[in-house]
Design a protein around this ligand. Sequence first.
Ligand code: B3K
Ligand code: ZN
Length: 896
Amino acid sequence: MRTDTAPAISRHDYQPYPYKLPQVALQFDLDAERTRVHARFEVERNVDGGLPPLLLNGQELSLISVAIDGVELGPGEYRLDDETLTLFPKSPRFTVDVVSECRPAENSALMGLYVSGDSLFTQCEAEGFRRITWYPDRPDVMSRYTVTLRADKASYPLLLSNGNLVAGSQLEDGRHEAVWEDPHPKPSYLFALVAGDFDCLERRIRTGGGRDALLQIYSDKGSRNKTEWALDCLHRSVQWDERRFGLQLDLDRFMVVAARDFNMGAMENKGLNIFNSSYVLADPDTATDASYHGIESVIGHEYFHNWTGNRVTCRDWFQLSLKEGLTVFRDQEFSADMMAHGLSEEAARSARAVKRIDDVTALRVAQFPEDAGPMAHPIRPESYQEITNFYTATVYEKGAEVIRMQHTLLGEEGFQAGIREYFRRHDGQAVTCDDFVDPMDSVYRARHPGKSLDVFRRWYSQAGTPRVHVTLQHDAERRECRITLRQQCAPVGIEKLHNPPLEKPPLHIPFALGLLDSRGGTLTLRHEGRDHETVVLDLCAESQSWTFPDIAERPVASLLRNFSAPVIVEYERDDAELALLARHDTDPFARWEAGQELATRRLLAMARSAHNEQGETILVQTWRALLQDESLNDAYRARVLTLPAAKVLLERTDPMDPLAVAQAREGLRAHLGRALADAWLDTYEACAAAEPEDYSPDAVASGRRALKNLALAYLAAGEHPQAESLALAQYEGARNMTDRMGGLSALVARGDTPAATRALQHFYEQWQHDPLVVDRWFALQATACSTRTDTVRALMLHPAFTLRNPNRARSLIFQFCMNNMLGVHRPEGYDFWAEQVLALDALNPEIAARLARAFDNWARYIPPNRDAVRDALQRIQQHEPLSRNVAEIISKALNI
Ligand code: B3K
Ligand code: ZN
């Protein structure tokens, strides 16, 4: 804990580490109360000229001894302050021995070495290794690790670390020892160890490159039967990376271990991934379709890091998007390919579009607001106080969009050529984002003479979501259509404090465009000498125009197809055009977008209490046509018929009135539920009748369940007379968790009815032994429309609730504060939030800082809400002690 304001660390201040550490040997005497670590490392001056001090990082460690070349140093021979141990080398090559102790059982921050259940786990990224031993804890220092683990055999029968198990022996006093050697040099953030008693499910595979490898999933005793899906996903990840990226598994053994207490989703430690159990454990009875898909995506993500992150890592933490943006792009493509697998070409296109819609929705829900608020930063930030705060939607999701745009500009083949060149240049190195764009740029220049990625690179240094204003002019005489795109990106976050105002140069925006005729037919676009259904325009200047010949009548523009760039499009058009696109656009993403925009207009009007009967009629007619369009697959139809997320809507209002937006959304849901009741019921019954005996999370089956549960939710929202009995019957008869939760949600959505209360009680009794299902139980109540602060306070008193387990805290506190707009946006809601930020901060600053961001955009709220959040923020800021994590978030929030 620190109460002072931490200094900002600047990207431009990077200095290489003056020494190399080719080898490190770690010996652990593991014990939950007190673990002793002996680190021995060889040190070599990496350039000539002087012998600068050797700086080692450490946090919350007790130093036992330090020696150079075997000679123990006296207190005057080194310097020890709060977080640094400084040695003063006398020769360019020497060996350091440091012995220290840490206290895993007291580690509630879950960074470094900590206890979860009866086991020991580590989490080192970004700066957790310094809580294990003194070391240059920075990603550009790469070493080969040999790790010796010693522990009581009865308590910790399994001792795991990175690489290969090279020796094991029995010691005195019931202890045992395991020695692991990792042949791949790695930075400290990829170190891991696990000690405990686990089940293991394993599979031997032969890679395309002919290597025999062992894939293993470790989980709590008794849960092996819930790890089959994760193992399948891992195997498919290995195969996909070979097939699509030509990247082979480089290990003999790849282990995944599930932990109940984990700060985020998972961690890509070399050869020993540690996962939040929610991204490992699944069976049809306890996991929903969304959990199955989440597991596939996170297993893929961590596996893909083995190349993009581990083989080539980051030079410093400002380059985080080098590995995260690229790896998110890879996991998105993996999931899309898996969803499309085995389907006809048309169905595959639609399945991929569903994944794209989900990814873009996630971007708009989390990243667009971030990019417009006090924490706005470029995907490669310029400065930070606490790096943990920069594992953001911008670095990850916008970072993935920036990679995707390079993929769009280069095409699959060109992109893969760029990837090959990237690994040829940098395998085994710690590099920068520029080192990634350079090979892409070489390929781009070679394939597109006269073009380059010079302007494109600005995406790495510019924050904010650009707006692209579109104008369409049609010249009937010349039969020409002229499209003009104008881009603009307003200052955001701390940029607003610039004086004179910050000039933001234009970006390179690949803008995908199609044109339809007035009957919804596709028009051919002549561009650069070729005919297209979709053209990708290279917008590189503030304003540019393109003219398309042979367009007889004023066309309907289909804009930003497949969301070709992370921008906001501004284009004035009437509802009839949107309705036409919603029915006829051949680009499934743009088609979905048109329906969403139609609904958004109604919702924003309702939030302003403005009614427009004609608009409502068009929406209901379009919704009915889409609901009854059997040519659309179910998963896609479910996305098309889901109303825009409240958070996305809120970004479109100024000032923001969260309650009005949430109420409008509920109101329109109820209205659509009633207006289309017959069609919802038909859809529900058709989907329910088609539910197969055996569960599978594939695209077709999960899509059907999504549509069925959406129909049920609309029937419940519209208070259909059959809604309760259908929901109850579905809950009671469910053969999988997706349907059970669908039934329960529909019951709970109808308010505190006796049926809802009974079902909630029944659900808890049935599943109380399964922590991940209990999380669902808390989350469902936390997000229910009728839930207010007092309900949440009461749930916190439930014996199953604890703030110490991040999943549990997220399921109740985060779900309420971040996803229950109707419940939380009240003075008592904001007070509750501030209280919980502080309570969590005393335990786990990383998690507390995430909660602290719940109302980032408070300064744009209507006055009563704005004033109440400001008071709450000030109360947090005045609290002592406050972690560096929370202090950074709050000071940025208050400075805007
Ligand atoms: N690289 C980790 C994130 C670590 C976050 C540390 N606070 C998971 C991932 O992105 O794969
Ligand atoms: Zn990652």
